[in-house]
Write a protein of this length. Sequence first.
Length: 290
Amino acid sequence: MDLRSMLFVPGDSERKLAKAQGSGADALVLDLEDSVPADRIAAARSMVREYLGNHRDRTRQQFWVRINPLPTDKALADLAAITGGAPDGIMLPKVDSGADVVVADHYLSALEIREGVEPGSIRIFAVATETAPALFALGTFAGCSPRLAGMTWGAEDLSAALGAATNRDENGELEFTYRLARSLCLAGAIAAGVQPLDTVFVDFRDSEGLRAESRAAARAGFTGKIAIHPDQVVTINQAFTPSAEEVAHARRVIEAFSQGAGTVALEGKMLDMPHLKQAQRVLSRADAAR
């Protein structure tokens, strides 16, 4: 199932973990990286492990864990601490290429055996544009690991990596470099056959800005978006759930093709196979949302 919304939650905050569960997010991302102070990481690992153990029912909401970047000395310790809780997956930040996913896959394979977790069950979501080398490697994720479930991008860490004062221009729009990263991540995810997820909208008080950005991402081909505050979840879920009008149109398109023709006329327009595939995707997403 495609995830419309993934909500980041600091792994060291019992209050925020409890609040996030009622947010309606399709998945919670229990964070061990940026939102957790260095002196709280050990405590956060224990809290996340306990939380996963207490929430074994994943039928309505998935539970993922963002670990620290692989080059740090924290990443393997993160995985060793939380694998026994059988998270639905890990979010892997600051990857340079598909090779990083392969390394994480190997770690997880060993730890799943040690912890008695079903082999291959813990998936990976790669944050694929947070480093300069990553922009040249968005095509390397295809076929890198059967665990790879999705890819997302990050403008904030990338601007820091590039030494930029900001990732926005004087009109508040993303600079070209970050629009390029967004497009490459989208294409890289589709090439890999995994879900493309749009990045965070940092001003959690600006609901109209979030709505506009989410709808634009959905039009572009992204299937979901990351949230940083529970109040963002409803808006994101709505943007990535096909409307009643979209579902009705998709059904008309599929009906028009039901006689086996390669091209059909509908509502004054000529449609061919790409339109049929898009209609099928709309119905699939609507079914998943229900």
